[in-house]
Design a protein around this ligand. Structure first.
Ligand code: BES
Ligand code: MN
Ligand code: ZN
Length: 495
C-alpha cells in the first residue's frame, strides 16, 4: 500500500473511508466532532442509540454519511483518553485495519490530527499506522491454487498529527512502511513449507537481497567450505538430509569500512524432525517454522538497507534440515565444533544450538560490537513465556537491558532469564568437552548456557523465539517477530 501525510479539515476530506477515534463513554475526538456537526449529528446518534460506546478497539461503520465528502466513516473506539498509551493505540489501529480489509474502499484516511498517545510521540503513531497497515494486510498465497479476493485498499493517508513536523512525519511513514514490509518478509519465509523453503532457498533469498541492494554483499558457504572451516557441529545436523547445508553471510555497509559491525545470527533449521531422536507426529508440521530466526535475520537485513542505517551490520544464518537417515548423527556421537570444543550429542533434537555454535564462532572474524542470535530453540521457552514474550539471555547485562528497553518501545517484548554459572555444570559430559543437552529442567537456560561457551569473545545476547515467532491453531502463521525488536535495536546504534 501507499502511505502519505494529508492535511485538511476532517469534514472536508474526500476519502472512501475516513477513520476517526471516539473516546470511552462516547466522547468524540476533535475530528469526530467536526464530522458529527457536518453530518447532521450522525455519530452522536449512533452513540445515543447504544450501538457504539468508544471502548478500546470497538468499531462502527457509517455508510454514505450525508453532508460529508467521505463515502464511509469508520468510528474506532480508543478507550479512556487519559489511558491512551502505545499499547492501546496498537489495539485501536489493528481494529481499524481489521474492518477496512474487507471493505471495497481503495483509499483510507486516518483523521486523527488531535490524537495524542500518553507515552509516545506523533512520529511513533504515524510510523505505527504504516507498519500495522502493511503487516495486517499480509496474506499467504504462495502455495494455494485458488486465492480469496485480495483486499481493495491501495492508499492510506494520515493527517499530520499534533505537533509533528512534516519532515519527521514523512520519514516516520517511510520507516513504518519499511518495517511492515520486513515483518511480512519474515512471515512469508516462515510460512513457506519445508519442501519449498530449504537451505538452498534461504540462500537464494539472501543472494537476491545482495543483488537488489548495493549496500549488501551476500556470501554463501556450502558443505565443503564448512568442512574446511571445521564446522563439525553444524554439519552433524544436516548429515541425515539430502538438502545441502548453507552458511549465509550478509554484510551491510552503512558506515566506513573499518567501523566495527553489529552481528545478528539466525537459526535456519528449515525443518526439524528431531533427527534420530525423532519428534512425535502431533503438530510436527509446525517445525517448518524452525527457521524463523533465519527469516528475521534476512528480513532485518533488507530493512536496514532500505532505512540506510549509518552502521555496519553482519547477518549470518546457519541453514540446515534436520532429518533421520542412514548417515544421520546418532545419540552418543561426538563431534568437533569449529571452536575446537568437542560435543557429545545426547539428543539429536537439540540441534539448533549445534548449528548456532559454529555460526557464532564464525562471527568472531568480524570483531563485532555485539552479537544477537535469534532462534526457535526450546519448547521450554514456550512453557515459560507463552507467545507474548521472547526469552532473552545474555553474557552482558547492559546489552540485555538495552534489548528489553527496545522491546518495550516497539511493543515486541523480550524478557531476561538468568544464565548463572550454577547451570553450566548440567552440560558436563563423560565423553566430550560438553554435552548438547542439560537434562529436563531449565531447558531454555541450559540451551543458552551451551551457546555461551561459544560467545566468550563478544557481547552476546540470545533471543529464544520459540513462543513468539508463530501462532498455532485456526490462525496458524508466522508473526514476523522479532523483526521489530531487531530493527529498533539496530536503529539505536552508532557507527
Ligand atoms: N525447534 C525445537 C524447539 C521448539 C519446540 C520450538 C517446540 C517450538 C516448539 C528444538 O530444536 C528442539 O527440539 N528443542 C528440544 C530440546 C531438547 C531436546 C533438549 C525441546 O525443546 O524439546
Ligand atoms: Mn529440535
Ligand atoms: Zn529445532
Amino acid at each position: 500500500m501507499k502511505y502519505s501525510i494529508k492535511a485538511g479539515a476532517a469534514d472536508k476530506i474526500n476519502s472512501e473511508c475516513e477513520i476517526v477515534f471516539v473516546w470511552a463513554k462516547g466522547i468524540l475526538s476533535d475530528e469526530a466532532k467536526l464530522l458529527d456537526a457536518a453530518a447532521n449529528k450522525v455519530i452522536s446518534k449512533v452513540i445515543k442509540a447504544g450501538d457504539f460506546n468508544g471502548n478500546l478497539a470497538e468499531t462502527s461503520l457509517i455508510h454514505q454519511p450525508q453532508g460529508l465528502s467521505a463515502k464511509r466513516v469508520l468510528l474506532v473506539g480508543a478507550g479512556l483518553k487519559t489511558k491512551f498509551n502505545g499499547k492501546s493505540a496498537i489495539k485501536a489501529i489493528r481494529a481499524a485495519y481489521r474492518v477496512t480489509q474487507s471493505l471495497p474502499a481503495t483509499g483510507l484516511h486516518f483523521a486523527i490530527a488531535s490524537v495524542t498517545v500518553t507515552d509516545r510521540d506523533s512520529s511513533w503513531l504515524t510510523s505505527r499506522l504504516a507498519e500495522e497497515g502493511e503487516s495486517s494486510y499480509y496474506r499467504y498465497t504462495a502455495t494455494k491454487s485458488k486465492n480469496a479476493k485480495a483486499p481493495a485498499t491501495k492508499t492510506v493517508s494520515i493527517s499530520p498529527i499534533n505537533g509533528g513536523q512534516r519532515k519527521s512525519l514523512d520519514s516516520a511513514l517511510k520507516r513504518g512502511f519499511a518495517l511492515g514490509k520486513a515483518i511480512n518478509v519474515a512471515k512469508e519465509l516462515g510460512n513457506l513449507p519445508g519442501n519449498v523453503c530449504t537451505p538452498s532457498y534461504l540462500a537464494e533469498q539472501a543472494k537476491q537481497l545482495g543483488d537488489k541492494n548495493k549496500s549488501i554483499t551476500t556470501q554463501i558457504l556450502g558443505e565443503k567450505q564448512m568442512q574446511r572451516l571445521g564446522m563439525g557441529s553444524l554439519l552433524s545436523v544436516s548429515a541425515g538430509s539430502a538438502e545441502e547445508a548453507k552458511l549465509i553471510v550478509m554484510q551491510y555497509k552503512g558506515a566506513k569500512a573499518d567501523s566495527r559491525p553489529y552481528a545478528i545470527v539466525g537459526k535456519g533449521v528449515t525443518f526439524d524432525t528431531g533427527g534420530i531422536s525423532l519428534k512425535g507426529g502431533n503438530g510436527m508440521d509446525e517445525m517448518k517454522y524452525d527457521m524463523c530466526g533465519a527469516a528475521s535475520v534476512v528480513a532485518t537485513m533488507g530493512c536496514v538497507a532500505e532505512l540506510k542505517l549509518p552502521i555496519n551490520i553482519v547477518g549470518i544464518v546457519g541453514a540446515v534440515e534436520n532429518m533421520p537417515g542412514s548417515k544421520a548423527t546418532k545419540p552418543g556421537d561426538v563431534v568437533t565444533s569449529m571452536s575446537g570444543l568437542t560435543i557429545e550429542i545426547l539428543n539429536t533434537d537439540a540441534e539448533g544450538r549445534l548449528v548456532l555454535c559454529d555460526a557464532l564462532t564464525y562471527t568472531e572474524r568480524f570483531n563485532p560490537r555485539s552479537v544477537i542470535d535469534i532462534a526457535t530453540l526450546t519448547g521450554a521457552a514456550v512453557a515459560t513465556f507463552g507467545s507474548h514474550v521472547t526469552a532473552l539471555l545474555s553474557n552482558n547485562d547492559d546489552l540485555a537491558s538495552e534489548i528489553i528497553g527496545c522491546g518495550t518501545d516497539c511493543a515486541d517484548p523480550a524478557w531476561q532469564l538468568p544464565m548463572w554459572d550454577e547451570y553450566q555444570s548440567l552440560l558436563n559430559s563423560n565423553f566430550a568437552d560438553i554435552a548438547n543437552i542439560g537434562g529436563p529442567r531449565a531447558g531454555t537456560i541450559t540451551a543458552a548456557c551451551f551457546l555461551s561457551r561459544f560467545a566468550e569473545k563478544f557481547n552476546w545476547a540470545h533471543l529464544d523465539i520459540a513462543g513468539s515467532a508463530w501462532v498455532s491453531g485456526a490462525e496458524k502463521g508466522a508473526t514476523g517477530r522479532p523483526v521489530p525488536l531487531l530493527v529498533e535495536y539496530l536503529s539505536n546504534q552508532k557507527a
